[in-house]
Design a protein around this ligand. Sequence first.
Ligand code: HMG
Length: 383
Amino acid sequence: MKIGIDRINFFTSNQYVDMVELAQARDVDPNKYLIGIGQSKMAVIPATQDVVTLGANAADPLIDDENRDKIDFVIFATESGIDNSKSAGAYISGLLGLSHVRAIEVKQACYGATAAIQLAKGHVALNPDSQVLVIGADIARYGLHTSGEPTQGGGAVAMLITKNPGILELDEESGFITEDTMDFWRPLNHSEALVDGKTSQNVYLDFFNKTWTEYKGKTKLTLSDFKAMLFHLPYTKLGTKGLKEVLLEANEDEKVELTREFEAAKRYNNQVGNLYTGSLYLSFISLLENSKDLEIGDRVGLYSYGSGAVGEFFSGKLASEFKDRLPQINLESRVQVSVETYEEMYQSQLKNDGADIELDHKNDHSKFVLTGSKNMQRQYLIQ
Ligand code: HMG
């Protein structure tokens, strides 16, 4: 039985900061951000969006009267959780009107959504008629004036995992690895990530080589079996480095093709920044929408990495309806904010101090909005 991604959608805020302006404000050569890091714009998430609303806004268009009763499992992957006990899956099920479901939250840094997909795949294998809603939602925060600052961003990707999927049929095998590593972590008393940037880059690339080698050993496939290689993209330059490793195995034609496809795959990430769990899947959407020469049956490789650290290389084949089910992302309609406004928005995120607060949400026209906190409970609005 074929199992995989039947539908997919992406959501982020409609505000961004331009990386040239951010570089100038930080007294950095803009080419460091544009070329060295590989980012042009960075999504700025307003206080009125948290992972629950980002996830709900991404997932809502995937749910209709036909599939509402078939979804029996909601797996919410995030590393920007809002509660130590109640899962974001439970919150979002309420907002989306899904009640006959199992709802949970999973965590392993940016790898979480891939873990969720693997769980969903096993669930559908045992329950072929069920559909699993997988969400990866995060807000990437490192702190103002830190070296991680230009690699922030945020947003959510939602996917339905089913049998006979319309978009991507997952292959059976994958290569995977876990090593207890302190390359990036978010202690419970921190809303920002702590990071050893150089170590994180090294582990990312090391795990890519290890999981790709394991995958090839298990499947006997080679680079020539792939139309495109996708990477978790904390910033696009790191994916370029991953691609460079694998291109050592490519002939000239393969180099041209894989580089061209990667250009398509990194376009949206270059405009949004890191969204942690959702980044690899935003890159997948970017490939589908920006590549001119994909065909049904083409195999794509996906490298998922989550600091801490887990890596997995897996693959899938484009399914019969991948061209008709694209979410039609329009990043051009977003509004640019100044660095000053971005800094204010950054500081205005809901604090974990338990105080009652009402957020001004008149400028947030998203369907699902966070309006504040009352009696230590987040207040959500569907508008
Ligand atoms: P940094 O120290 O500010 O930057 O940190 P740098 O000095 O290393 O420069 C970056 C690149 O820009 C270098 O290129 C420079 O040469 C180049 P590279 O050597 O890498 O090829 N550069 C220039 N290029 C053109 N013109 C110029 C110029 N100046 C310099 N004028 C770092 C960069 C990414 C480390 C930092 O932003 C950071 O710590 N970010 C957060 C951590 C991160 O994203 N790590 C990625 C791997 S871990 C991961 O993917 C997991 C993650 O998503 C979290 C999770 O799993 O949940 C992060």
